[in-house]
Design a protein around this ligand. Structure first.
Ligand code: UDP
Ligand code: MG
Length: 314
């Protein structure tokens, strides 16, 4: 079996590729690993793909996937994960901010210490303090709190995975920031981290701006929500819908009784009347949303996709 798959998403990184490849080849040769480097060219408009072709012509361990346009880092990782053959899968950025020298130790933690995932932790960062380091601290704190996974640096591009993990998860949108969360939902619990060397970007510029933080937080919500209620939407919408509706109904009954028993005139003059109606309308809407969600879930081809860890006698 192949020891290692290196999955490397890239978008306009032509200057780094030759140097990065040489460095990886050096590390692989020193440890006698069997390996593949899968470059996923995420719609680069520079010379990246030509360089990948050229590198491939000299070394058949190098493989490439070229996207028609820029789909984003998550899509690139997802395709790389599908293609990977190695026992351990390592993801890293193409800009040489991650050091290939970390690979042997990361592989070691997966193989010998039994980790499902080992995430790199850029304890000392070489990015701009204000635009990256501070928001990233906040972001990581929120992700830790909501997912219960104790990682300092969710977004680090350098990570190692047991092959089983990458074959069980689907990464899309901007979900590459939450791969450990996706993995945890799929039942992979042994998630560790290792302090890794972070290096200043040598060539090119960063491909992510400030929008990353807004998108990042929205994705955190969807991921927590889908993980919890994706297969049973009625348990969320139905519950809140019923509560709202019952609240409205009780108020409405009280209003009606008080009109007939105590002869309060002008039902529609009372603010409570409008609250009651509003609550009942919101309630039925939520209930309907849950019902429609439930119908969609039933029609989803994934409704009965369960990850089976092992089988015996079959
Ligand atoms: N990247 C990609 N598609 C994109 C944006 C980025 O494949 O749409 C790649 C990029 O080429 C690099 C990695 O993702 O290899 C990390 O990007 P970057 O270095 O710009 O992020 P930063 O280090 O600034 O967080
Ligand atoms: Mg970078």
């Amino acid at each position: 079996m192949m020891d290692l798959s290196l999955v490397i998403p890239l978008y306009n990184e032509d200057e780094s590729l030759p140097e990065l490849t040489q460095w990886i080849q050096r590390v692989m040769a020193a440890h006698h690993y069997s390996y593949e480097i899968i470059f996923i060219d995420d719609g680069s408009t520079d010379n990246s793909w030509n360089i990948i072709e050229e590198l491939r012509s000299k070394d058949s361990n190098i493989k490439g996937i070229k996207f028609q346009r820029n789909y984003g880092k998550s899509a690139a990782l997802n395709e790389g994960f599908k293609a990977a053959l190695g026992e351990v899968v390592i993801t890293m950025d193409a800009d040489m901010q991650d050091s290939p020298d970390e690979i042997p130790e990361l592989r070691n933690m997966i193989i010998n210490e039994g980790y499902d995932i080992v995430s790199g932790w850029k304890k000392k960062r070489y990015d701009n303090t204000f635009s990256k380091n501070l928001p990233s601290k906040l972001f990581n704190a929120a992700a830790r709190k909501s997912s219960g996974i104790k990682l300092h640096d969710f977004n680090c591009g350098l990570k190692a995975y047991n092959k089983k993990v990458v074959k069980s998860i689907e990464v899309y949108g901007e979900m590459h920031r939450y791969i450990p969360v996706l993995a945890k939902w799929s039942g992979f619990k042994k998630i560790g981290e290792k302090v890794v060397e972070h290096r200043p970007r040598k060539y090119g510029v960063t491909k992510f701006g400030w929008e990353r933080f807004i998108n990042g937080f929205l994705d955190l919500f969807s991921i927590m929500f889908v993980g919890k209620f994706g297969k049973r939407p009625m348990h969320f919408f139905g519950l809140w819908g019923t509560l709202f509706f019952m609240f409205g109904l009780v108020v409405f009954i009280y209003l009606t009784l008080s009109k007939f028993l105590f002869d309060h005139t002008g039902l529609t003059q009372r603010p409570l009347f409008f609250f009651a109606i509003l609550a009942m309308i919101i309630g039925s809407q939520l209930f309907l949303a849950g019902f429609i969600g439930e119908l969609i879930a039933r029609n989803s081809p994934e409704r009965n996709m369960y990850l089976i860890e092992e089988k015996i006698g079959l």
